[in-house]
Design a binder for this molecule. Structure first.
Ligand code: NAD
Length: 323
């Protein structure tokens, strides 16, 4: 099964359904990537912060060696972590990440969050995470998003990234980027599900020709394993009466309803699972359409409930900026 693609403003085609790699453990990651490619996924969504890029690279290399896929058929996405926003740190860390993936370019490279942290040398800790000391201390870098974006553009000029984009940006940060970008962001990756529909931001991105990738399509489900309080108390989306009723009506699973709700809006999705049968199920999120009544019901489920905020993972007095 193959995913349809969408044309990015960079001219490249991006699959609308990809495979997410956050929280894929190091011991299972190479096999999971291999199985995802075998199931038909072509877009792999990784990041320095996921701490598994070396294993991702092993899975990709094995899939290419076994003839499942060619490099040029894959769409490999990775992200720049905040401790590498300083202009002279961007290219070296990108080269390291490429080496981990065993490839010589990323199809898409994103700024993971729009805020710079002080540099932590990879020999000290990798991935570095949020805290300068690996424990509690947050140290900001003075580097601006404009300076970092210039360095991201340098990656395209050097052939290390074909397209570049942003993640966890809101309207103001996006507008600001558009003022100085010589290369416009190709995509915006944001948390988006029926409890956080991001209607205005999606409208803005579409108007500006930026493709939106929705992450955490299943809402609280992906955050329960992090023991997050507001995820544990939120009603699971896959067990929501409205979603279950739509699943029964369309003879699909609740997960497929949630993914189709996004892809039908032209949004890309990047679900993750370790189970090959579920990989296939999630990739099948284009073969049916929600009707107007379904969409109206989901529109009413908005709670403005965001799970992926650093302040939800740990208490840090100076991380409120992600509100
Ligand atoms: P997810 O889509 O991986 O879903 C979370 C949980 O749902 C998983 O535990 C999985 O086992 C379960 N699941 C998956 N398919 C299912 C199905 N068909 N039926 C029942 N259960 C199913 O959520 P996520 O990890 O929050 O996000 C997905 C991806 O988005 C990540 O892997 C990552 O690549 C990306 N992401 C990016 C950011 C960012 O800051 N840019 C943040 C979070 C996630």
């Amino acid at each position: 099964m193959a995913s349809p693609t969408v044309k990015l403003n960079s001219g490249y085609d991006m699959p609308l359904c990809g495979f997410g790699l956050w929280k894929v453990s190091n011991d299972t990651c190479a096999d999971t990537v291999y199985n995802a490619i075998k199931a038909g996924y072509r877009l792999l969504d990784g990041a320095c912060d996921y701490g598994n890029e070396k294993e991702c690279g092993e899975g990709v290399a094995r899939a290419i060696k076994d003839g499942l896929v060619k490099r040029e058929e894959l769409f490999i996405v990775s992200k720049l972590w905040q401790t590498f926003h300083d202009v002279d740190r961007v290219e070296p860390i990108t080269r390291r990440q490429l080496a981990d993936w065993q490839v010589d370019y990323f199809d898409l490279f994103l700024i993971h969050f729009p805020v710079a942290l002080e540099y932590v040398d990879p020999s000290v800790r990798y991935p570095p995470g949020w805290h300068y000391d690996g424990d509690k201390e947050i140290r900001w870098s003075k580097t601006t998003n404009q300076e970092t974006w210039g360095a991201m553009e340098g990656l395209v000029e050097k052939g290390l990234a074909r397209s570049i984009g942003v993640s966890n940006y809101q309207a103001q940060t996006l507008y600001d980027t558009l003022k100085y970008a010589k290369i416009r962001p190709a995509t915006l990756q944001i948390e988006l599900h029926p409890y956080l529909q991001q209607v205005e931001l999606v409208k803005l991105a579409k108007h500006e020709g930026i493709v939106v990738t929705a992450y955490s399509s299943f809402g609280p489900t992906g955050f329960i394993e992090l023991d997050m309080d507001n995820a544990k108390t939120a009603a699971p989306l896959m067990e929501h009466d409205a979603i279950k009723a739509m699943a029964a009506k369309h003879n699909k699973t609740p997960a497929q309803i949630l993914l189709r709700w996004a892809t039908q809006q032209g949004l890309a999705v990047i679900p993750k699972t370790g189970r090959p049968a579920v990989m296939l199920q999630n990739l099948d999120c284009f073969s049916f359409d929600l009707d107007e009544e379904d969409n109206k019901r989901i529109a009413k489920m908005e709670l403005n409930l965001k799970f992926n905020k650093p302040t939800n993972y740990f208490s840090a007095d100076n991380l409120w900026i992600f509100g």
